[in-house]
Write a protein that binds this ligand. Structure first.
Ligand code: PMP
Ligand code: GLN
Length: 381
């Protein structure tokens, strides 16, 4: 057995969802919306399923989807991609991450990881033989500084794994932070694997800024997206990776022996969805922002100290500032068992020196679910 995987604990998302199933608690842990799915996208998928889109599609993804991704990014982010040579469809962003790490990290390469980080990153980097170099962000601002980058980069730095907007902090890196990071990447002749699955879930008039658009980064970025996130259909696992042909050549070789392909009916539906007009995306953001505000104002009114949420499905509570002496893991455990609400301890997103006083809640829920959770949270103080 490979001890790296044999010794891994179950991912926090599955662990906390299992706890919710076991205790009957309201699940504000794992990030998935419990309503608001676009009916027309579902119907497009169902139609494709019954109309014959069920055999192996082309390995890089169906042309309609690759074209739709290129059109979509041109329209929404002013990023120009050649659909034939620069886009590969994957089984979720997770496969795109795995393929990127497999293809770009060689044993001994230093890989920069920014904590808190999505829990899948580190095992992938280790399995590839990469040497993780960790940068630590701290609440409440979670900002990336020049000093931290200067300390982390070395002549052996080959890859940076970036997540923007950032799960679990619900922050977005500023133009200044992205420009700074890009400067270091170019100077060190490195590449960025940029996990942008939350690119459409941003609030209060903010616009997502792809690091690929920074000077010198067009040829040095793998931009990763997720149809599941964009259309609130997290179980669909239709993702993609976009990169210049030089990088895509290797990424596509990794993809061909990971999954080879992704269900064609779901690809057809996501291609349809990406073509929806701007109104759909604006309304989706407004709906999530309303849910965010509902949860935040309810928590604030009950005396919980919440941190701002600029994007993602998430909102955090600072336990220490809320007068709770427990660490995040003990608090989440107690909350699940006594308060009947499940949340995610943010320390699970750190490999070392964890922040232990912040807890993440998912607000992508119906008003009734949010209100029921708030009632229970008021009693948990
Ligand atoms: N990266 C981040 C930062 C995520 O939050 C998630 C899931 N929410 C993923 C990747 C995985 O995306 P997918 O379900 O498309 O594999
Ligand atoms: N990305 C989701 C979250 O942050 C979870 C995905 C998963 O369960 N693997 O909650």
């Amino acid at each position: 057995m490979n001890p790296l995987y044999a010794n891994l604990p179950t991912t926090i998302f599955e662990k906390m969802s299992a706890l919710a199933r076991e205790t009957g608690a309201i699940n504000l842990g794992q990030g998935f919306p419990d309503a608001g799915w676009p009916r027309d996208v579902l119907e497009a998928g169902a139609r494709a399923l019954t109309e014959g889109y069920n055999q192996y599609p082309p390995m890089p993804g169906i042309p309609e989807l690759r074209q739709a991704i290129a059109d979509h990014y041109r329209r929404h982010q002013a990023v120009d991609l050649d659909w034939q040579s620069e886009i590969t469809v994957t089984s979720g962003a997770t496969e795109a991450l795995a393929a990127s790490v497999m293809a770009l990290v060689s044993p001994g390469d230093e890989v920069l990881l920014i904590q808190p980080m999505y829990d899948a990153y580190l095992p992938m980097v280790r399995q590839a033989g990469g040497v993780p170099k960790l940068i630590r962000l701290e609440p409440p601002e979670w900002r990336l500084t020049e000093a931290a980058l200067a300390e982390a980069f070395s002549p052996r730095t080959r890859v940076v794994l970036l997540n923007n907007p950032l799960n679990p902090t619900a922050t977005m890196f500023s133009e200044g932070e992205l420009a700074l990071l890009a400067r270091f990447v170019v100077e060190h002749d490195a590449v960025v694997i940029s996990d942008e699955v939350w690119e459409h879930v941003v609030f209060d008039g903010r616009a997502h800024s792809p690091i690929m658009a920074q000077p010198g980064m067009r040829e040095r970025t793998v931009k990763i997206g997720s149809g599941g996130k964009i259309f609130s259909l997290t179980g669909w696992k239709v993702g993609w990776m976009c990169a210049a042909p030089r990088l895509m050549h290797a990424l596509a070789r990794a993809h061909q022996f990971l999954t080879f392909t992704t269900p064609p009916n779901l690809q057809t539906a996501i291609a349809y969805g990406l073509g929806k007009d701007d109104g759909y995306f604006t309304a989706m953001r407004a709906d999530f922002a309303r849910s965010r505000d509902r949860l935040a104002s309810g928590l604030d009114a009950a005396g919980w100290k919440t941190l701002p949420s600029a994007g993602t499905y998430f909102l955090s509570v600072d336990l220490a500032a809320s007068g709770i002496a427990l660490d995040d893991v003990s608090f989440c455990d107690r909350l699940a068992r006594e308060g009947d609400v499940v949340a995610i301890p943010v320390s699970a997103f750190y490999a070392e020196a964890p922040v232990t006083s912040v807890v993440r809640f998912c607000f992508a829920k119906t008003d009734a679910t949010i209100d029921a959770a708030l009632e229970r949270m008021a009693k948990a103080r």
